[in-house]
Design a protein around this ligand. Structure first.
Ligand code: ADP
Ligand code: MG
Length: 331
């Protein structure tokens, strides 16, 4: 290797596309912290269609808001090509939202009093980068791209749900963004209209644009280049029932950990505490031999709602949820 460029900083090579690294987002609940995104990482290359898959409440909208620069994550980083979104100044972030990201929403969010081409032109008119005439001209191109040239003069109320969403996609693309994000864009559509919109997303994977689409519908998996699952897939642990011996003060599991086993106390005491915002904790219960804990989260696949800690030396039996259930149902 030549050392001729000694004055150049030894920068890391920046990966192209969308790079999410160790993303955490916590919301303040009723006195406690809910971790909605927990150390999420993925990399989408230019031209990829990413499907974020998860049920309602799994953090899809939160993640898209972070990616779109509308919400600050608690920690972790987001980069789009050369832009470090999480470290950007307010001004850069404003530019990022207006120029580099296109948004499509579940409810279409078209302006009722404007016709289709005016709706599509809105982001360009707002960004004041081109004249109004040029913006409307570009809107016509985009409407043609989504197959709606003949509906340019129609108001949203004169269009079907599928057509309105195609107008919204055209609007999302009108600034030619590097990233298009769509939050459950097919949730309000019947399957025929949904297919049209998804087909459109597939066609749009050109010119290195990254497209991120959230859904709770696993039927979209086959169209994705990459699937990001917002909830762990298998919550069934890999070991059967087994004994666990812990010394006093050891944590069995921590609040917000993914669920795994149900624990039955054979001997000793276990305290259940809730971790509070600002660092304190509240003791919810002390459990003794013969009692069990961690069963609901493990059966439902929810994160742990509290921390469990050995308050004496303890012996526990860790059980996969299905074994625990059949044991409880038998006894
Ligand atoms: P999804 O889009 O997958 O349905 P969301 O990102 O909307 O999920 O929400 C994930 C979780 O975060 C939910 O439990 C929701 O109640 C909670 N949440 C979302 N926004 C806020 C907020 N502003 N404050 C507190 N909790 C929130
Ligand atoms: Mg949502």
């Amino acid at each position: 290797m030549s050392t001729a460029t000694t004055t150049a900083p030894l920068e890391e090579v920046v990966a192209e596309g969308l790079v999410i690294d160790g993303l955490v987002k916590e919301y303040a609940g009723d006195g406690y912290v809910v971790r909605v995104l927990d150390d999420l990482s993925f990399h989408a290359r230019p031209g990829e269609l990413v499907v974020l898959l998860g049920p309602s409440g799994s953090g899809k909208s939160t993640l898209l808001s972070c990616i779109g620069g509308m919400l600050s994550p608690t920690s972790g980083s987001i980069r789009l090509n050369e832009i470090d979104v999480t470290a950007a100044s307010r001004r850069t972030l404003d530019e990022y939202r207006k120029r580099h990201v296109g948004f499509v929403f579940q409810g279409f969010n078209l302006i009722p009093s404007l016709n289709a081409r005016e709706n599509v032109a809105v982001p360009l008119i707002v960004s004041k980068t081109v004249s109004r005439t040029a913006a409307l001209g570009r809107a016509d191109e985009m409407l043609s791209r989504v197959g709606l040239s003949d509906r340019a003069k129609h108001k949203p109320s004169q269009l079907s749900g599928g057509q309105q969403q195609r107008v919204a996609v055209a609007r999302g693309l009108v600034t030619d963004p590097q990233l298009l994000i769509a939050d459950e864009p097919t949730a309000n559509l019947d399957h025929i209209q949904a297919e049209g919109v998804i087909g459109l997303f597939r066609e749009l994977r050109t010119q290195g644009r990254v497209i991120v689409v959230s859904t709770h519908d696993a039927r979209l998996i086959p169209v994705a280049d990459r699937v990001v699952r917002m909830t762990p897939d298998g919550i069934e642990p890999d070991q059967g029932a087994h004994e666990v011996r812990l010394t006093r003060g050891t944590v069995v599991f921590r609040q917000e950990d993914p669920p795994e086993y149900v624990y039955v106390i054979e001997s000793g005491d276990v305290e259940i505490v809730r971790e509070l915002i600002g660092g304190g904790e509240e003791r919810l219960a002390v459990l003794r031999a013969g009692q069990y804990f961690g069963e609901l989260g493990a059966m439902l696949g929810f994160p742990r709602s509290a921390t469990a800690r050995a308050s004496t030396d303890v012996v526990l039996t860790a059980m996969p949820p299905h074994e625990f259930r059949s044991k409880v149902e038998r006894s």
